[in-house]
Design a protein around this ligand. Structure first.
Ligand code: 9WO
Length: 251
């Protein structure tokens, strides 16, 4: 997959994509990340990319032409057509289902705004979809773009060392939260590893993990539970469990 970033700080996102699973995906040639800085396409002695908002008010708005020329340069760098995705709080909320859809495309062009935003005419003419990573305001779209890059990179074939690990993600599998994890030592002053995990009985372990996921999802994210892919047996089992089935900590 090829990802083009339109950003005043493209190296910021590229840096985020330099470590761990994403960095390895790039080393393995599964992913390339290219930055396009509107500043490089801005005219005049001052290379202006922003100007004051019509109608008044605080802050600045990103001008059309430097952004449009940067987007055109990114498009022209590869013959494959690409949609332009704008990261903004006004976008469609990002989900793992959308991540899967993005990860299957050959190319992404991610547009990162700064200041108070981008001239709406540029959005109308060039942007194909708007995505939000959550209901909060950042100082720019770059961190949101880095989130998208990370989430799609790990789904590229061969990015994860264990082929099953992406499929085992609870969101991937069925829209449930993940179960708890434990490693050595078995006995610790903070507690003991649940016995079932030491039993070697893989069917029992799978059932325990699944039930932990169900309890956790009900306690922490009942909204997800409503949409999750549960069997009638699982729904019945869960209904029979007390509501405080996941310990007493309030989280
Ligand atoms: C700035 C601002 C100032 C006063 C009142 C409201 C305001 N909204 C914004 C604003 O949305 N600024 C954005 C900064 C302009 C586009 C890029 N920026 C951005 C993207 N901030 N947060 C995001 C973002 C992107 C994706 N998901 C969550 C947040």
């Amino acid at each position: 997959m090829r990802i083009d970033l339109i950003s005043l700080f493209p190296e910021f996102v590229a840096q985020c994509a330099g470590f761990g699973v994403v960095g390895r995906a790039r080393e393995r040639g599964l992913l390339s990340v290219h930055g396009w800085n509107p500043r490089d396409y801005a005219g005049g002695n001052y290379r202006r990319v922003d100007d004051r908002p019509f109608g008044g008010g605080p802050g600045m708005v990103m001008m059309i032409d430097p952004l449009r020329d940067a987007i055109r340069a990114a498009r022209a760098a590869d013959p494959a057509p690409a949609r332009v995705t704008y990261l903004s709080p006004q976008g469609r909320p990002l989900t793992q289902a959308i991540v899967r859809e993005l990860a299957a495309r050959p190319r992404l062009i991610l547009l990162c705004g700064r200041y108070e935003g981008v001239d709406e005419r540029l959005v109308e003419a060039e942007v194909d979809e708007e995505l939000s990573i959550g209901d909060y305001v950042l100082s720019g779209g770059e961190l949101a773009a880095a989130v998208v890059v990370d989430a799609v990179a790990r789904l590229q074939d061969g990015a994860l060392n264990d082929a099953g690990s992406a499929a085992q993600d609870s969101f991937e599998a069925d829209g449930l939260l993940d179960c708890p994890h434990y490693t050595r030592p078995v006995e610790h002053e903070l507690g003991t590893v649940p016995e079932v995990l030491l039993s070697g009985n893989h069917a029992e372990i799978a059932r325990w993990r699944r039930r932990q996921s169900l309890l956790r999802t009900r306690r922490r994210r009942p909204d997800l539970l409503a949409a999750a892919d549960l069997s009638p047996e699982e729904r019945a089992w869960l209904a029979a469990q007390p509501e405080d089935g996941e310990g007493t900590r309030d989280r």
